[in-house]
Design a binder for this molecule. Structure first.
Ligand code: HEC
Length: 240
């Protein structure tokens, strides 16, 4: 991979407090751009450990990866010592036996696809906005165990249990099959979802109109999968 070069993030906002900050002791202040980029692209920490759970950003374009690193450096440093992650027994076993950090599927693009295109929608849904991982049943290794985007992931949240809907254009069980493109764009840009939902509706409310159109156009191209999402059963899924 080409190490991203530093450049000023072309944006007037600095990273707000509460993000990963450039504090030198407890934040990313001492890490090089290359180390941060490697974490995002290969899921390994700066000292070479595999990170669990996998972050789904391995296939970000060089352009977006560089922008993220620059953005993270732009905020005020905040001192906040976070306890080291404790892995469960299963987590430790997986780490010891199975986990090999996973890199990009192929050479990542230098520049991201642009415009309200299927290609950009595919890039956003799979590699940037994490629609794929939430709207697909996955096992503990982040491996897909149901057809992609067919929904059925169960989230136990404080406010209740949420199950992700099927986003494929199946006539009977696809949530958005009957939605027009404009309805989808409005839904996203409203920024409002059910209270306590794990879907980051508020952040997605800032999506550019073109990007919302790109997402819709891409989701329309998926093979329809019949997947009624009921009842929301929580299964223990063994590593496959
Ligand atoms: C962190 C997990 C998560 C992520 C990331 C996520 N979703 Fe969701 N999504 C959910 C859950 C849970 C629901 C059901 C509860 C709700 O409506 O918020 C949902 C609901 C939806 C709905 C139905 C809304 C409605 O009004 O019926 C659509 C459409 C949707 N998601 C599309 C997407 C797309 C497109 C992306 C990527 C840009 C995405 N989601 C990313 C978890 C997620």
């Amino acid at each position: 991979m080409r190490p991203p070069t530093r450049f000023a993030f072309p944006c007037t906002h600095a990273a707000p407090p509460g993000y990963i900050t450039p504090d030198r002791e407890t934040g990313i202040g001492k890490l090089t751009d290359g180390e941060i980029a490697r974490t995002l692209r290969y899921g390994v920490s700066h000292d070479g450990r595999a990170l669990l759970p996998f972050m789904p950003f391995a296939n970000l374009s060089d352009e977006d990866l560089t922008a993220i690193v620059s953005f993270l450096r732009s905020g005020a440093p905040i001192r906040n010592a976070v306890p080291k992650q404790e892995l469960t027994l299963l987590g430790r076993a997986l780490l010891a036996l199975l986990i090999r950090p996973r890199g990009p599927d192929g050479p990542p693009p230098a520049v991201s696809p642009s415009g309200p295109t299927i290609e950009r929608g595919k890039y956003l849904a799979n590699h940037v906005a994490n629609c794929l991982m939430c709207h697909t049943r996955v096992n503990d290794l982040g491996k897909t165990i149901r057809p992609s985007f067919a929904g059925g992931n169960v989230f136990e949240e404080e406010k209740g249990t949420f199950v992700t809907p099927n986003l494929t254009p199946d006539r009977d069980t696809g949530r958005i099959t009957a939605w027009t493109e404009d309805a989808f764009v409005l839904r996203f840009r409203s920024g409002v979802g059910p209270e306590g939902s794990p879907m980051p509706w508020k952040s997605f409310g800032n999506i550019r109109e073109d990007d919302a159109r790109a997402l819709y156009r891409y989701l329309r191209t998926l093979p329809p999968v019949h997947n009624p999402i009921d009842p929301p059963k929580k299964e223990v899924v063994a590593a496959q």
